[in-house]
Design a protein around this ligand. Structure first.
Ligand code: 26Q
Length: 832
């Protein structure tokens, strides 16, 4: 092809890739059905139609992505790179249609083809490439980066098996492998040409180069190849389309039959199998001994691929490597990618031949670290021998960083050996360990927590010594969630009502929701609000009936706790309250109470026995309460199985009450709390994580607060907290425990919940019993408020109105401004 015909061809494809009209789209879907899926319309299955539709949507994003990439390559832009072991992106079709602003056209086109878009949305498999909050946050941030027109790349792992699917069998959680790729993933583009070699093990050699400088050569024992799988991330109503680049591992060896005898051939196949296990499976959090070695290998694998990719892209810019931090910012999503500190140093020292000081300056200016937990047991460490055997060169570099760092500590704090020991990158007590949070903190120019309280506690507790030494380095960026997925897409009823009431400005700037406050006392608006909410609740009720066989009344108060199951999140506090309420009704069947439906959802890590027992307690309570004629439907308890992003679309818009009841000081931020608030739920919560800021924004009158503060929790522990005292002094609570102990909620078997009961009575590490009475009292205030429908509706409206702060657009704006120094770059498809 000569130059002219290339231009012509590009122009001709514009029909397919630029045009979002229904007519062009309809033609394109049929073309994709025949040419890419390989089926004619008369015999196509719903999944075939889904694939054809997805390909047609992807084509439109690829045009915008190509335009974006071209501009980024031509101009001196700074690219924000988000390094995360998890991206919980959720179903793609609806979100991409929304962001391309072509939902109506797609519906019209598919309708003309005899297809219902909602039915196709329902069969979409969600990529479960994350555990929970941290992975979903990464996905929300990618959405905001594209929407705010910030050049960005998300870097992560293309797990073959994501988070397991949860099935409830006999009341217990059963894990089922997540085969999300089995029918193909139409959203990804594999790029065999974008690949890097990753070494493991082996040894290092010291050499002197021609200029007499000491150089280190790492000779790995094994290598794998990382191949890029790209997913386009379309911004909302803009032409910016960034990329989520997920690495999958492959064997390096080629398979040339001539070269093998049978034995070698099968060895080579074995090697291939081993190499490909690297990106096989996502590790669940809270897993004791989480498959240690492979997990570290996964982290290094994706970090090294990503850094090599960034260095390759920088080299295309024809600027000297000293300017690397002006071209790229790399955010470390928790310590999972913190090996980046050592690996970037290695690449700059050993591959690019820089001096230590030059390399360190670049590394620090490039990297920033977000912490997501204060729980000591959740802070990542790696045993030194394991580290040494897998990453010998990186460990050498860590030793050198530590040596220089500890010199500076001793210089700043002379005669304080204890401080140097505490701050060391190596924990020398007992079996030696590398402390990844210390490595990340030392190697980054910025360290942030994810809510104001959490950032304060971070400075006062786990990273206190570091905050004293580098006060400027520490800051807070409160989390946010994307209003595209969690409001516009999942709650079209609310979105339409907002458009009709305050106009559409909130779609570009969520703080515009404030204008709703002017309608908080308007009776007509109240009616519309309640009608919208009723519809959402009826839709969830239908899903619940379908998934569990339990009928719930949309007129009841929907009291919802959905999140990973964990002792610190205290689903058992909620469960104990339900039992107490049930027992009250048993004693006094005529008691006038507001009908409530308690809805739980969330996965327990497969190896976390206590969390699994908490699920069994909830399903056990449901078995007893739902069918008890005394209750007569006034209380319903539901465990909604397999809570994930897709199910969340139905849950958040239907909740009246959002349970955010973690032990104060333990939940770094929470983001579900924000999704509920945006959708008009009221929060019952402790002063923990972002709840503090939610209450500030909503106003204390529009928030149900209970429980000890973080300070009081620590004080209670210092004072020798004795949980059994709370049971002895509270008749209701002791009755609850005796019911559980008798096997009332375990089909008569008194042994089932013994570990849970014993743990609560003897240790209660998360002060469930200390907060119980206040929680019950607070729930009474909730019931009173609910009985006054007008009052409740007003509070609900005010929560949505004040939720603007919790948009991920605000959060990403702060990262750009305060950490990355990244700016918007306009992409205009028409001008291309
Ligand atoms: C670590 C080592 C080995 C295997 C797994 C892990 C692992 C994986 C995932 C450890 C932790 C996670 C996930 C943590 C997480 O989701 N944290 C949550 O992050 C949210 C976003 O900032 C916060 O809102 C939540 O408060 C926090 O719990």
């Amino acid at each position: 092809m000569n130059e002219v015909s290339v231009a012509e061809a590009a122009l001709n494809t514009q029909g397919a890739t630029h045009d979002v009209s229904a007519y062009a789209f309809q033609n394109d879907v049929v073309r994709n059905l025949i040419c890419r899926v390989g089926r004619y319309p008369d015999i196509a299955s719903p999944h075939d139609w889904y694939m054809a539709l997805a390909f047609s949507v992807r084509d439109r994003m690829l045009a915008r992505w190509a335009a974006s990439t071209k501009v980024y390559a031509a101009q001196n832009v700074k690219v924000a790179c988000y390094l995360s072991a998890e991206f919980l992106i959720g179903p793609q079709l609806g979100n991409n249609l929304l962001n391309l602003d072509m939902g109506d056209e797609a519906r019209e086109a598919m309708h003309a083809l005899g297809q219902d878009v909602d039915a196709l949305l329902a069969i979409e498999e969600e990529p479960g490439l994350g555990n929970g909050g941290l992975g979903r946050l990464a996905a929300c941030y990618m959405d905001s980066l594209s929407t705010l027109e910030i050049p960005a790349i998300g870097y992560g792992i293309h797990y073959e098996f994501g988070i397991f699917d949860q099935v409830i069998r006999d009341g217990w959680q059963v894990e089922v492998t997540d085969k999300w790729l089995q029918n193909g993933n139409p959203w990804e583009l594999v790029r065999p040409d974008v690949s890097y070699y990753i070494g493991f093990g082996g040894y290092t050699q010291q050499q002197t180069d021609a200029e007499g400088r000491l150089r280190v050569n790492w000779i790995p024992a094994r290598q794998v190849k990382g191949v890029a799988c790209d997913l386009p991330v379309q911004g909302y109503r803009v032409d910016t389309c960034n990329v989520l680049r997920l690495w999958k591992s492959e064997a390096v060896e080629s398979f040339d039959f001539q070269d093998f005898n049978a034995g070698e051939y099968y060895e080579a196949v074995q090697e291939k199998v081993v190499s490909e296990t690297l990106s096989k499976v996502l590790y669940p959090n809270d897993e004791p001994e989480a498959g240690k070695r492979l997990r570290l290998a996964q982290q290094y694998f994706f970090v090294s691929c990503s850094l090599q990719d960034m260095l390759r892209l920088a080299a295309l810019k024809n600027t000297s490597i000293e300017h690397f931090p002006d071209l790229f910012a790399a955010q470390l999503n928790d310590t999972h990618p913190s090996i980046a500190v050592a690996e970037l140093m290695r690449l700059l020292l050993d591959v690019h031949g820089l001096s230590w000081d030059a390399a360190w300056d670049i590394t620090q200016r490039t990297l920033a670290y977000t912490n997501h937990t204060l729980l000591p047991e959740a802070l990542e460490t790696w045993s030194l021998p394991l580290f040494q055997s897998l990453l010998p060169r990186q460990l050498e570099i860590i030793y050198e960083i530590n040596h220089r760092f500890l010199d500076s500590v001793r210089c700043a704090f002379p005669a304080d050996d204890a401080r140097a020991t505490r701050m060391s990158l190596i924990d020398e007590r007992g079996d030696k360990k590398v402390r990844m949070a210390h490595l990340a903190t030392v190697g980054a120019h910025a360290v942030n927590g994810v809510a104001a309280l959490h950032s304060d506690l971070l400075r006062q507790t786990v990273l206190r010594d570091f905050a004293e030494m580098y006060p400027q380095r520490f800051l807070n960026v409160t989390n946010g969630v994307t209003p595209r997925r969690f409001l516009m897409l999942s709650n079209p009823g609310l979105a339409g009502l907002l458009d009709g009431t305050i106009g559409a400005k909130w779609r570009a700037d969520l703080t515009e929701l404030d204008a709703l406050a002017a309608h908080a006392d308007d009776d007509g608006f109240h009616e519309a609000w309640r009608a919208m909410r009723f519809d959402n609740k009826a839709a969830l009720a239908a899903r619940i009936a379908d998934a569990t066989g339990i009928d719930v009344d949309p007129n009841a108060l929907f009291d919802v706790q959905v999140k990973r199951i964990h002792e610190y999140k205290r689903q058992h506090l909620n469960a104990l309250y339900i039992i107490s309420l049930y027992r009250r009704l048993c004693r006094d069947p005529g008691l006038d109470i507001a009908p409530r439906c308690f809805i739980f959802g969330g996965k327990a890590a497969p190896g976390y026995a206590m969390a699994k027992l908490m699920i069994r307690l909830i399903t056990g309570i449901a078995e007893v309460v739902n069918d008890d004629p005394v209750i007569d439907g006034r209380l319903k308890v539901v465990f909604y199985p397999d809570f994930n992003v897709k199910n969340g679309h139905w849950v958040y818009p239907a909740a009246d009450l959002s349970e955010q009841i973690s032990t104060a000081g333990k939940e770094a931020s929470g983001t579900g709390n924000m999704k509920f608030m945006m959708n008009g739920a009221l929060t019952i919560g402790t002063l923990d994580g972002a709840n503090v800021e939610i209450r500030e924004e909503a106003g204390a009158d529009n928030f149900f607060l209970f429980g000890l503060t973080a300070q009081q929790v620590e004080q209670a522990k210092r004072d020798g907290y004795r949980p059994s005292d709370y049971v002895k002094s509270n008749d209701e609570l002791s009755d609850v425990f005796s019911q559980i102990a008798q096997g009332r909620f375990s089909r008569g078997d008194p042994n089932v919940f013994r570990p849970l009961v014993d743990s609560l009575l003897q240790f209660d590490p998360f002060l469930v019993l200390a907060d119980f009475a206040d929680y019950v009292a607070c729930q009474q205030r909730v019931s009173d408020a609910w009985q006054d429908a007008r009052r409740w509706t007003r509070m609900s409206i005010m929560n949505t109105a004040r939720s603007g702060k919790f948009s991920s657009d605000r959060a990403i704006g702060e990262y750009c401004e305060r950490i990355w120094n990244a700016r918007a770059v306009r992409i205009d498809l028409e001008q291309r």
